[in-house]
Unconditional design. Sequence first.
Length: 257
Amino acid sequence: MDALEELKLGAEHLSKSFDSAFVFGSVTQYVLWMVIVLALVLIVVLVAAKKLALVPNSKFVNLIEYGYDFVRSDMGENAIGHGFERHIPFLATMFFFILIANFVGLVPGFKTPTGTISITWALAIISFVYFNYYGIKAKGGLGYLKSIAPSGLPVVMVPIIWFFELISLILRVLTLAVRLYGNMFAGHMVLGIFALATSVFIQAAITNMSVVTALPSIGWFALLVAMYALETLVAFLQAYVFTVLSAVYISLATSNH
């Protein structure tokens, strides 16, 4: 079997490995990794809270505090404005869960919970329910429904704009879920392909004892390193985008516009 044929078979196997396989009972691999990530988030928060000090001397605590301040100022205060403090626990929880989940998936052999649409749907629905709840709480049920259409429109245009704004509001849950899932799934699939290609061509070079055959493996390895660095950035950016969009939606739901 030549390297290209082996690469094709390996890619098919790799694609199947991303399916939601059951590990035991009705628990899929992604649900299992979600529980693991939840435990990791809890450990990170508890350890950081235990080591809190007026003048932090731990790099780990400094990193967590920096992350929390980043959520508080950039996603909370800047995106929401007045009354942002009450939403920081929700936003910080979302940010750290998605961030850790994304980074866990970068470890070879591990899976990221955000790599399946069911988990990202759940996260998106939580965000959707949250900002709508606070919108209704701030304006009342009828007031919130009226606020879906911007104020100041001609009377005849209100029903039309309201309908399109309602569709846009509902689609937010879809865009939150699909954006996170699509980026994480595609990124990990590309990493898997590059890692597989590197492995296949290295094995072919060893088998054939050929320097020429080894050259493609060097190229694939360079691409793998570059993509791994890019995917690390994407893992952070997707956690940021999901959280900051949730903050923007909270602002839109609770403010007068």
